[in-house]
Design a protein around this ligand. Structure first.
Ligand SMILES: [Zn+2]
Length: 297
């Protein structure tokens, strides 16, 4: 019998809902005045407030252009990409203790995308966010991945799992496509977004099993019984990152789910923060690194 992770234990003591220990949300988003939400500021504040209550040490977040206001969410114009990234860096600088940025890029505008990655690195970004602007195995993604490699950035890719037909405004792409890209770029870690966020995760797990530089984040609103067990069984805990995307309550539910399947505390610590500390550039999360080192002593 292994020791339970104790995710819900903290709540009973009035501490963070997710229990003690560093917790990195590898898939977060913020909004800005040029996005369609009139309540953008309140939503941003709510994320930080909920993060405090849950016990999130760092939100690693992106802004997808104008979120559809002036160009499509997944095909943002260069001007919207730049404006969204600027808004993200401004949040990061204001909330440096707990927020980190992904550079969002649209690979259809290759030169702009590569320049944005360099600019993001200079502004303190820690990863690249690829919207579904192109199928994941498309050669257009290669220069973007090479730029990510130069900066040691992981690449978070929005994937719809095993989509069998085209949908408007989003390129078809799944785990098999991302695995093909990952094989071409063995020095880059790819984060397959939100296994709880749409489609067939039971297609995803075997599709990426032999691509060790693909990890998954557990974000999304899906909290199916069995999803987490299968992820642990088929990928191993070293290839799972915690994240919430836009539904933070289901992010918390997944931590409780790992507790329910009695994942040992030291394995849970990898999903909560240890894997992110390994995958993102060194020094990205000083508070989590200090806490993790303290716990290991
Ligand atoms: Zn997302």
């Amino acid at each position: 019998m292994t020791a339970p992770a104790g995710a819900a234990g903290g709540a009973r003591g009035g501490g963070p809902l997710a229990g003690a220990g560093p917790l990195i949300d590898a898939h977060a988003h913020f909004y800005h005045p040029r996005s369609p939400r009139g309540d953008w500021a309140e939503v941003n504040a709510a994320r930080l407030r909920a993060g405090e209550r849950i016990g999130i040490t760092y939100h690693v977040a992106s802004i997808l252009g104008s979120w559809g206001a002036s160009s499509p969410v997944y095909f943002p114009s260069p001007a919207d990409v730049t404006a969204g990234n600027d808004a993200m860096y401004a949040i990061c600088e204001r909330e440096w203790r707990r927020v980190r940025a992904y550079v969002t890029v649209n690979p259809n505008h290759t030169a702009h995308a590569v320049a944005e990655i360099a600019r993001g690195a200079a502004r303190g970004a820690v990863g690249v966010k690829l919207a579904a602007s192109r199928r994941a195995d498309d050669p257009l993604l290669d220069p973007v991945c090479e730029a990510a490699a130069r900066h040691g950035f992981p690449v978070l890719h929005h994937v719809w799992q095993h989509r069998t037909r085209e949908w408007p405004s989003q390129e078809i792409s799944d785990g098999a496509d991302l695995a093909a890209l990952a094989r071409r770029h063995p020095g880059v870690t790819f984060i397959l977004a939100h296994i709880g966020g749409g489609g067939d995760y039971m297609h995803t797990f075997p599709a990426i099993a032999d691509a060790p530089n693909v990890v998954v984040d557990v974000s999304g609103s899906g909290v199916d019984r069995g999803m987490l067990d299968e992820a642990v069984l088929r990928l191993g805990v070293e290839r799972i990152l915690w994240g919430s995307d836009v539904t933070m309550e289901t992010g918390l539910a997944k931590l409780m789910g790992f507790e329910a399947i009695r994942l040992a505390a030291e394995r849970m610590a990898l999903i909560r923060a240890g894997n992110a500390l390994r995958i993102f550039p060194a020094g990205s999360f000083p508070e989590a690194a200090t806490a993790a080192a303290g716990a290991a002593r």
